[in-house]
Design a protein around this ligand. Sequence first.
Ligand code: HXC
Length: 549
Amino acid sequence: MQKKSNTNTKNSTTKKVAAKVVAAVKEKKSVAKQPEKELTLTEQKYLDFEKRSKLAEIGGGEDKIQKQHDSGKLTARERINILVDNNTFVELDKFVSHKCTDFGMEKTKIPGDGVVSGYGKIDGRLIYVFSFDFTVFGGSLSRTNADKIIKLQKLAIKNGAPLIAINDSGGARIQEGVASLGGYADIFYSNVMSSGVIPQISVIMGPCAGGAVYSPALTDFIFMVKEKSHMFVTGPDVVKTVTHEDVTKEELGGALTHNSITGVAQFMGDNEESTLMMVRELLQFIPSNNMEDSPLRPNIDDVRREDEKLQTLIPDDPNKPYDIKELITTVVDDNYFFEVNPYFAENIVVGYAYLGGKAVGIVANQPSILAGVLDVDASIKAARFVRFCDAFNIPLITFEDVPGFLPGTSQEHLGLIRHGAKLLYAYAEATVPKITVITRKAYGGAYCVMSSKHIGGDVNFAYPAAEIAVMGSEGAVNVLYRSADADSKAKALADYKDRFANPYQAAELGFIDEIILPKQTRFKLIQALEMTQNKTLSNPPKKHGNIPL
Ligand code: HXC
């Protein structure tokens, strides 16, 4: 019974379901029978626009996008979307296409061609961005791509906002010949005209060969991705043909090579996302153009904060190293220092921080690497940093502990004279507020170079244990008392140390404005920044100077 009853129930349920299905089918048929609503002309145009837009957005096609992903790279659009604030990107020139008719190119027109370009916001501030699309002819530069980029360069200058270039390109589009080469040259020209007017940032996210490396080289900062991006004028194959040298692309022009050996790149990220986040971070410290100041940051870090550990950070023994980055991070707002070029010429440290809510550029000799000596690479690195800060109204803070320029044939033959002169030139030319703290040694030419009073230092501090002299005590005594006996030398050494191994001779002459305790550094710097905030100084009018090469 039970079973039967169950069966009956089951039968009636099945019938109900079947009836519902029949009704649904009937309804569907009657819907299907209804005549399709005709689209108005305008609606058809909207649909066509959407189709075209979609076509432009897939660039070289789904297969190429898959290939790009398979090789561990994001697409041009994905990169932009990570870089900018959510839903702020506005694309320009989405439908322009190349004009080339050689090599059957007229059959392969892709709307937008090989560059995605437009504007958006980073932390609410306007930026312009273009991103090479490797899925379209390997991101190679067509005349059309060049024109899109130049349009953006002009907009960025006119409206005073940073321009960010995301590079992933096989260089000049081979099929277009000189039309493409001319495109590069036009971009280079705009890069130079933009220099010092708006910040220009290059992010290398794939291969960057031939002409593709020179535009980044003309910009202010280059970011690279570890093991994923490469820059070279000629790749390993050409190198092999010309010089018979076997070299991998990583060795020749990988992120590590350019960050640590050549100094071509200033930043290296572990992957694309973290690299793009670093770009966002850099922009927090710099103004949008040369007529503005960096954004002020609300500061809750006590401006009078003193840190006792600074009193003992610098060892008694002048030959013992210490880490200048510890001093920097202790002193700045929220202990946050954003280092630039961290892997190149580590004997000098450069980067950005906030002090009392105001952005500053910091240059500091690093006593823990080569005793903080100035060599060719350190001079070039710091000179370029000083010039960027000066061009974009960022006050300079210099922490000085330098035994001098590095002696020796190797450095002299590399041109230490002309490269060292670059740093001297850059500091002397800089008209932004310049504040210097001599933490320990300030010897010889390096004393003059490192933002001394004589080349325009506005506020020059020294710690009580600073040594300001032509050279270190032993070296000086060896020159002056070369043939003296040991006793006379020992006495001369004591005299020399007494006279020069301190900041008081410089303070007597007014070359040092104030001797301060290390723990007071933060507040003293903030006061000096406030004191100089309305500084106005112009160099004599000229077409341009002739900076040593
Ligand atoms: C046209 C190019 C191209 C280029 C690559 N492609 N470079 N098309 N012009 N310059 C195309 C390829 O034919 C391929 O098309 C697609 O892009 C992807 O390239 P692959 O070689 O498959 O990719 P990959 O193996 O990742 O190698 C990438 C690469 C390599 C390292 C960039 O393509 C390469 O070496 N290209 C040439 C680089 C170069 O020498 N450029 C000229 C520099 S001279 P398909 O259809 O197969 O997908 C220069 C002068 C300017 O730039 C000077 C100004 C100072």
